[in-house]
Design a protein around this ligand. Structure first.
Ligand code: FAD
Length: 486
């Protein structure tokens, strides 16, 4: 067993650390911030608590499996509850839809709200679930860049069915073929944003994403999303992982094409293997300056980013739940603005997340903690102060219009997160949320592998590499790294 150094303590870095330590390695994590979690952190403001980044927790069994890999009972570290209804949808024309967590109940309710039948919705879910079963082995559980993957029987079986994977049509086209109702198409198109992609360009394969919610459900950890970080951090310490906070990695040391250690302002540390949980683009440009970066991987289009306002609201809103969506009137134009004009559309789709609906301690009595997010482009020379001011006004007008109440006077605490802050806080290249987008049918194959093809003993985990962004996939990338290191 060897000494392994990890750059960064995002969820993927923590997952890798636990998996590696559980196998007997001696693991040290270096984190530039003063706390673990990366995008998954939390802060307090004027009596309100906010989860700063992720708000949707799916596939809890993947998080549990990190604890189980270390021989620990996850329930001793964290608990969570199922959310039902999963999401509340609001359209400008007054249409409301409260999405039941149960897929059959969802289908029955959808048939009453939209121009569709329950059978059509059930068929849609059945096809999504089948797609998940076909693609899971190849795209999520294995390295796409190792020959051994393609000789495993389970992978071969999956590969033989890949013709069903809707790789050569867009997600929107699949949805528009399955449904006639524009609102229902919009509802299913939105799942492309779960990995920062554009439903009008992303392959139909992404219609697999609703499986996460309608096979397993959506959940909230007790104490909010930040509990995930706290639980993983405690687990990592319990299995012997050492942490160096406030210690930025300046470079990854190499000798004759082999990673040999980590250099920080505080020391030069020898390691047998190095894992980078830092975004892969700055890992090459800042930590591996002497090496030629693998350009074909690094030039892939980045995922979208987000603009978030954290609002302490001095009243309650009975109509709202944990997850709420207020739709744009022109979804296609919203994505065109996002990915072509690199702009925030003037009528954006607004997501409002309110953890105090379930976690009373997150807001004072008779108040709510609003996490208000719109899709934003990745950084491309925009004037973010101006974009933020314009978007704030548009969001307030939209929410006030749909909810029938002037919201601004009820905001008593405020903070924001925009792409430049996301980039500076976590080194995410261009502030993207999920690494690269899935806006092409080969995107999965062009995501950087979990290992370096030119530097031996160097590995990668996190949202910018295989299998992609979001908490579940980041957890898997940490596990894949532990499998690759042997
Ligand atoms: P990160 O969280 O990016 O962490 C990387 C860590 O490395 C950071 O702590 C950073 O400080 C550290 N680091 C970087 N460089 C160095 C260095 N040189 N030296 C030392 N340390 C370094 N996902 C979901 O599943 N559900 C959601 O609802 C969801 N919503 C999101 C909303 C927002 C606003 C954001 C920002 C993200 C959201 N995501 C969501 C995506 C999810 O947060 C990410 O995919 C995931 O948290 C990324 O984890 P990671 O391990 O790749 O790294």
């Amino acid at each position: 067993m060897g000494k392994i150094g990890i750059v960064g303590s995002g969820v993927a870095g923590l997952s890798a650390a636990v998996h590696l330590a559980a196998k007997g390695h001696n693991v040290t994590v270096f984190e530039t911030n003063h706390e673990p979690g990366g995008k998954l952190h939390s802060f307090a403001l004027g009596g309100y608590r906010f989860d700063a980044g992720p708000s949707l927790f799916t596939m809890p069994h993947l998080l549990d499996s990190v604890f189980e890999a270390a021989g620990k009972n996850p329930r001793k570290y964290y608990n969570y509850k199922r959310i039902d209804p999963g999401c509340h949808y609001f359209w400008e024309d007054g249409t409301r839809f409260h999405a039941h967590a149960d897929k059959d109940a969802f289908a029955e309710a959808a048939a009453k709200t939209f121009n569709t039948s329950a059978a059509a919705v059930k068929k849609y879910f059945a096809q999504a679930f089948e797609l998940y079963d076909i693609t899971e082995e190849v795209f999520l559980k294995s390295s796409l860049h190792k020959m051994s993957t393609y000789t495993k029987l389970s992978t071969v079986k999956s590969m033989l069915q890949l013709y069903k994977a809707r790789l050569f049509t867009t997600m929107h086209d699949v949805n528009a073929t399955m449904f006639k109702d524009e609102k229902l198409i919009q509802l299913f198109d939105r799942y492309a944003t779960y990995n920062g992609s554009d439903p009008y360009r992303a392959p139909g394969t992404l219609t697999v994403i609703p499986t996460l919610e309608y096979r397993w459900g959506t959940f909230l950890p007790e104490g909010g999303m930040h509990t995930i970080t706290k639980a993983l951090y405690q687990l990592a310490k319990d299995v012997g992982v050492r942490f160096h906070f406030d210690e930025k990695v300046e470079s990854i040391q190499t000798k004759e094409g082999v990673a040999t250690g980590i250099l920080t302002a505080k020391g030069n540390y020898h390691f047998d293997k190095v894992v980078s949980n830092m975004d892969v683009v700055p890992t090459y440009s800042r930590l591996l300056k002497e090496h030629t970066p693998p350009k074909s991987y690094l030039k892939q289009e980045r995922s979208s980013s987000a603009l978030i306002f954290y609002w302490g609201m001095h009243r309650k809103f009975e109509e709202l739940g944990l997850h709420n969506i207020f739709w744009s009137e022109n979804y296609q134009e919203e994505f065109r603005q996002l990915f072509e004009e690199r702009n925030i559309y003037h009528d954006p789709t607004v997501y409002v997340n309110i953890t105090s609906k379930h976690e009373a301690a997150d807001a004072p009595a008779d108040a709510e903690n609003w996490f208000v997010m719109v899709n934003a482009p990745y950084i491309a020379g925009q004037d973010w102060t101006q974009l933020r001011e314009i978007a704030r006004k548009a969001i307030l007008e939209k929410l006030s219009r749909v909810l029938g109440i002037d919201l601004e006077p009820h905001i008593v605490a405020e903070e924001f997160l925009d792409p430049p802050r996301i980039e500076s806080q976590t080194s995410s290249y261009l502030g993207s949320l999920y690494g690269t987008s899935s806006n092409s049918n080969m995107a999965a194959f062009f995501r950087h592998p979990n290992f370096s093809q030119s530097i031996k003993n160097l590995y990668f985990c996190g949202g910018s590499v295989h299998p992609g962004g979001g908490i579940p996939l980041c957890l898997l990338s940490g596990k894949l790294v532990s499998q690759l290191t042997g």
